[in-house]
Design a protein around this ligand. Structure first.
Ligand code: ZN
Length: 312
């Protein structure tokens, strides 16, 4: 049960964050450093403070967060209990965030493992057996994933269709065998798959297919007890360099908007697709940390494993 006081810490934290954001725009580096040192309370409540010149979310986002909070407080003050309850529920009811990383183990996997642990959030990885067998180093990363209790490891096929998706899905039995081989090779514990090159959802009686050529393989997997997971938002990358093509702000806003608009595959649940490749260098790793910090500013956002999807 939530109390109305739950709103207030978030409100003041957001206000504090604005103070930092504005001073970051106007102050010199030394003034900024002094300000941060002088305000340990803000340090605790604002994860992005260590690099105030690049806040994890922009001022516009912060303002809308504050506006939401102000609206809630105002509603509490002068409207009927019924209205307040509705707004209150809409604004701070639990929402579930599923961070998913495809195609590992790859060079970025070690950082994903470390950041997951440092931030203490649940994350999900879709693994490729062929990559785990590429080198000792990749096998070690695979083992890190498997032994990290915050990370759930799922099935992304053994060969990733050798990136020839239409050919792969034209033979559903062979494609199914590739997933089956992956499950055995990687000793995967959950019957949860993501199809390479396809955004297909199929679990319980809910089915959504983006490209029909993957549908028969999805049906076969579903018939054999697999849950097939797509995604709501993709953080796109440069296919060659792995460089993320959108800013943290853009991704954060897309996730938040999809949740607010109720346009995710399951209401109040948002699945973000990323790739291990994106986090192979420090610049990429910082982006992932910043995104997690931004999402954590919402006290009602919870990071979850896909085995629990959807939650309500
Ligand atoms: Zn993939």
């Amino acid at each position: 049960m939530h109390s109305r006081f739950y709103v207030r810490p978030n409100f003041w934290a957001a206000l504090s964050f604005i103070t930092i954001s504005f001073s970051a725009c106007n102050a010199t580096d030394s003034q900024r450093a002094a300000k941060v040192e002088d305000t340990p309370l803000i340090t605790d409540s604002v994860p992005a403070k260590s690099e105030p010149e690049k806040p994890a979310i922009d001022v516009e986002d912060t303002l809308s967060l504050v506006k939401d909070s102000v609206k809630i407080v105002a509603k509490h003050a002068d409207t009927t209990t019924k209205d307040t309850a509705v707004l209150y529920t809409d604004s701070i009811s639990p929402r579930y965030v599923y961070l998913t990383f495809d195609d590992g183990p790859l060079i970025g996997s070690q950082a994903i493992d470390s950041i997951t642990t440092a931030k203490q959030v649940k994350t999900n990885v879709f693994l490729i057996g062929m990559h785990a067998e590429m080198s000792k180093r990749m096998y070690k990363y695979y083992q890190k994933y498997m032994t990290n209790p915050l990370i759930d490891s799922y099935n992304h096929s053994f060969t990733h269709a050798h990136n020839k998706f239409s050919v792969f899905y034209s033979q559903p039995q062979k494609a199914f065998a590739d997933f089956d081989k992956n499950e055995t090779a990687l000793q995967l514990q959950h019957k949860i798959v993501r199809l390479p090159g396809r955004n297909i959802w199929y679990f319980d009686a809910r089915r959504r297919v983006d490209l029909e050529s993957g549908a028969s393989t999805a049906d076969l997997l579903h018939m054999n007890g697999y849950k097939i997971m797509g995604w709501d938002v993709e953080w796109k990358m440069n296919g060659t360099t792995g460089k993320p093509l959108e800013t943290v702000s853009q991704i954060y806003r897309r996730m938040r908007n999809r949740l607010n608009n109720g346009t995710t595959f399951s209401k109040n649940n948002v699945v973000l697709l990323m790739h291990d490749d994106m986090f192979q260098n420090r610049k990429g790793q910082k982006l992932l940390s910043d995104l997690i910090d931004s999402l954590k500013l919402h006290p009602n956002y919870k990071f979850e494993h896909l085995r629990a999807y959807p939650k309500n």
